[in-house]
Design a protein around this ligand. Sequence first.
Ligand code: FE2
Length: 198
Amino acid sequence: MFIYEKKLQYPVKIANCNPKLASFIISQYGGPDGELGASLRYLSQRYSMPYPELKGLLTDIGTEELGHLEMIGAIVHQLTRNLNDEQVREGGFAPYFVDHTTGVYPTAASGFPWNAASMAVKGDVICDLSEDMAAEQKARVTYDNILRMSDDPDVNNVIRFLREREIVHFQRFGEAVRLAKEKMDQKNIYFTNPAFDK
Ligand SMILES: [Fe+2]
């Protein structure tokens, strides 16, 4: 179960309206490498993870990603609240606005709605942890791209925090792969799942 704490992991306080920025930051809400997919990937993978410490790691990181999802939602909301009609039309925000007004909806910047096909749960230790490492790097690159395009310091200091967390997660999944390999049959160079390969 979860216990909700009514605060963000890192504060989001954006002074200026900017629908153009919101139109691509939404990708980290519901895009292919966004926080919704990240949280569901880890929280779903944990059931088939045979090692308790790695099951715990997936729960920890999956829960933190839910916290990141609400930070991205807060950014998009704060960038688009109080829009006037002129601002709705500028900066490429109109296609999003026509479908969702200023509600926060899980979609990619391209307009493709969130899809479970953007994440995987294979039920295999090495396969899932390898995907997790790649997913963290893809999220980091998306944050890099947002920083390349955004010049709002109120947004960028939050994005930098999130980017750093992706790097920490990548390192923790790297440690998880090493730990998993130690626990698996060292003579089996493919590191297949010992639950199936007795
Ligand atoms: Fe992450």
